[in-house]
Design a protein around this ligand. Structure first.
Ligand code: CMP
Length: 148
């Protein structure tokens, strides 16, 4: 059964075309179907909605600043267990841990700090839906898998 996840390339990564191509190749090699892709500049309101669960945390302001510092590259990915497989490709959230435990992961290779950790991935099917609705308000959850 196909599952959807939202994969985001964060602004500092979008400035690095070689990293973007490397990650795109990893996505394809991992048997994801790229359902949608595009670039978008977040606005303050969407960024706050997107990260509402982190409001009040010590890194919240720097997280918003970094997410608003340039365009994001957005992918909606599908495969079975898409959420788990994309998180596996990304590696641990914290860059020190990523570099130490899983240096060939995306965050191990391209993360700069715990905030600028290269990429984001949904952590559950419910968050995937919530996050896709914020970033791609016209995404049709009933149709994405029906045109083949
Ligand atoms: P992301 O997967 O986008 O989800 C929440 C983000 O908060 C996370 O990636 C990091 O960018 C940031 N974050 C999480 N934990 C920390 C931390 N301890 N210090 C700084 N930033 C963090």
């Amino acid at each position: 059964k196909l599952e959807l996840t939202l994969a985001l390339m964060k602004p500092h990564l979008v400035k690095n075309p070689i990293a973007l191509q490397t990650i795109r190749n990893k996505i394809i090699a991992s048997n994801f179907k790229i359902v949608r892709s595009g670039r978008k500049m977040l606005n303050q309101e969407d960024a706050e909605k997107f990260y509402e669960e982190h409001k009040g945390k010590f890194f919240y302001n720097r997280l918003l600043t970094s997410m608003l510092s340039g365009p994001l590259e957005i992918y909606v990915l599908a495969r079975e267990e898409a959420i788990r497989y994309w998180r596996q490709l990304m590696g641990p959230t914290k860059v020190y841990k990523a570099q130490f435990d899983d240096p060939s992961s995306i965050r191990g290779e391209f993360g700069l700090s715990d905030t600028r950790n290269a990429t984001h991935g949904s952590d559950s099917p419910e968050s995937a839906i919530r996050e896709i609705k914020i970033l791609l308000p016209d995404f049709d959850f009933n149709k994405w898998n029906k045109d083949e």
